[in-house]
Structure formats: structure tokens, C-alpha cells
Design a protein around this ligand. Structure first.
Ligand code: ATP
Length: 287
């Protein structure tokens, strides 16, 4: 678990090289097929051969993936992974999906994360070991802003230009993948400057600013939800990845070869995140 950008996917692949495991995605935008850059899906190369489930497999034309549907598809995926003798690693930032899948009794009408929400149940239908990757908010915010720039460099704008449909302009009608951060922001832009017109710098910068701001807000909400689950008795083990993020960003600024910083962030990540996670998971699997 963890807010967007905090290194959950990286940790899952690192763990899957230590234990036989398969990943089940629990990011509510990454379950849909399409917009791989915009939703920041882990690439096939980054998966390093680890099988992934519910990642880009759901056709967005089938409508919205509800928490109830995720609960049943997730359960089927977990059973399949367990039948192969592997450990299911549930990885993703959608706490409402994680909650729906794991609780013993799921009430689709209960508003667990709303302002007046009923508290989440501490009773779970599986034996769970929770790892929460946390990065202090100011550091995470700086990283997220850079990540949006990187995603744009990777082709996010072009991906969204292709996805843009002028017939789809009603913001109230947004469902499923159309809610992904980047879609509404650039839909507004494309409405005024339809592709393939040359980029209009002012409006473009405004859309990018909104994406950064909305990503920042998402991270804050996600951390709030994680704290809420912990407050309801979920035993989350917190791993602090702040220092490795700080070092990685400093190394990036110095340039890829500069100052030996690239190696250092990885060392700190191994010492402060992978090492403790490995111990926690090992103990859990032996119990
Ligand atoms: P909620 O209770 O709001 O449904 P949640 O915990 O189930 O929250 P979140 O992960 O917080 O789900 O996602 C909420 C919203 O954040 C999404 O509807 C979408 O707008 C945006 N979002 C989440 N993940 C992504 C992503 N990978 N790419 C783009 N946008 C995302």
C-alpha cells in the first residue's frame, strides 16, 4: 500500500525476486486497458517476468469497475495464484478496492472513507501482511511534480491526444478510465486546441499545472485513507522511503553519472525498505 509514486511497484518486484509471488493490481485506473503512460502502469520490462493480474485487462467499454466487481475478480485472482503455490501480492493505491477485496463482510453501500463514513472492519477474509511504503509529503510532492514531467516526456500528451474524443465533453458523465488524472485536464485543453493543432504553450502549461496539483491532492487523500484503515485496526507496517527518494532526486539533478548518488539511493532503498519488508514477509510466511 502507499500513495501514488511512493515505490509500491518497485518494492513488489523486489519482493517477488525473493519469494515466489504474483502481483494483483489494486490501482483503480490501472485495471483498465489503455492509457498506460497516463495511469503510470508498470512496463513489461519493469515487471521482470513477474506475472501481473487485473492490470490493464478490463475493457473500459464494459463500464466502471465497481469495488464489488473488484472484490470478486480479485478473489478469483488470489485463488489462482495460491493454487500455483505462489504468494499473492496485492499492489496499488486504491484503498477502497483494497478494502472491498479484503474485508470479511463487504457492504457496497457503506461509505467507509467518506466524511461521515462507517469505520472499516478489522475482520479480514484472508491472512494478510500489510506493507505501507511512506514518503514524507513534501518530498513526495516534489517527486510527483517531476514524475508528471517525465510522463509527459514519455508521451502522455500524445497518448491523451489520441484518446480525446470531441463527442465526449460532459464532465458529469465521466466514468472509469475517463476519471484518470490527465484526461479531464487535457480534455479541456483539446476542446479549445483540438489535435493535431500545434501545442498552445500557455494552455498546455495550465493543464500540466492542474495535473500536478490533482496528483498532489490524490496522494494526500490516499495517505488519509491509509491512516483511516490503520486507525480501524488494520496492522500496517510502515516503511519509510523518504531518504532514498531524497537521494534519488539529488542524483537526478546532478545528472545520471554524477556524484555516485544513483548507487546510494538504491543502497538506502535496500536497507530501509527492502530489508525490513523481507524480514516482515519472511516472518509472516513462517507463521
Ligand atoms: P475513492 O474512494 O475516491 O474511490 P480510492 O482509494 O478507491 O478512492 P484512488 O486511488 O484514491 O481510489 O483514486 C481516486 C481517483 O484518483 C481516481 O478516480 C482518479 O481520478 C485518480 N487516480 C487514481 N489512480 C490513478 C492513476 N493510476 N492514474 C490516474 N489517475 C488516478
Amino acid at each position: 500500500m502507499g500513495a501514488t509514486g511512493c515505490g509500491k511497484s518497485r518494492l513488489s518486484i523486489d519482493l517477488a525476486s525473493l519469494f515466489p509471488a504474483e502481483v494483483i493490481n489494486s490501482d483503480k485506473m490501472q485495471v483498465y486497458r489503455g492509457l498506460d503512460i497516463t495511469t503510470n502502469k508498470i512496463t513489461p520490462a519493469e515487471r521482470r517476468g513477474v506475472p501481473h493480474h487485473l492490470l490493464g485487462s478490463y475493457d473500459p467499454d464494459n463500464g466502471e469497475m465497481s469495488p464489488s466487481l473488484f472484490r470478486s475478480l480479485g478473489h478469483a485472482a488470489i485463488s489462482g495464484v495460491a493454487a500455483r503455490g505462489n504468494s499473492p501480492l496485492l499492489v496499488g493505491g486504491s484503498n477502497s478496492f483494497i478494502h472491498a477485496l479484503l474485508v470479511e463482510r463487504f457492504d457496497p453501500d457503506a461509505d467507509v472513507f467518506g466524511a461521515l463514513g462507517q469505520p472499516a472492519s478489522p475482520e479480514l477474509r484472508y491472512d494478510c501482511c500489510f506493507l505501507w511504503v511512506d514518503v514524507s509529503l513534501p518530498v513526495l510532492e516534489e517527486y510527483l511534480s517531476k514524475r508528471v514531467d517525465d510522463m509527459l516526456d514519455m508521451g502522455m500528451f500524445e497518448e491523451l491526444a489520441q484518446y480525446y474524443d470531441p463527442a465526449r465533453t460532459d464532465p458529469g458523465g465521466r466514468i472509469g478510465l475517463r476519471k484518470a488524472i490527465g484526461v479531464p485536464e487535457f480534455d479541456r485543453y483539446f476542446k479549445k486546441h483540438p489535435p493535431p493543432r500545434p501545442r498552445e504553450e500557455g494552455a498546455y502549461e495550465e493543464a500540466v499545472w492542474e495535473i500536478k496539483e490533482n496528483t498532489r491532492q490524490l496522494a494526500k487523500r490516499q495517505i488519509g485513507k491509509i491512516l483511516r484503515l490503520r486507525g480501524c485496526g488494520w496492522e500496517l507496517r510502515r516503511l519509510d522511503a523518504t531518504e532514498s527518494f531524497r537521494l534519488a532526486m539529488a542524483a537526478e539533478e546532478e545528472g545520471e553519472g554524477g556524484g555516485g548518488g544513483r548507487g546510494r539511493w538504491r543502497d538506502v532503498w535496500e536497507r530501509q525498505v527492502i530489508g525490513p519488508s523481507e524480514k516482515i514477509v519472511k516472518r509472516f510466511l513462517q507463521e
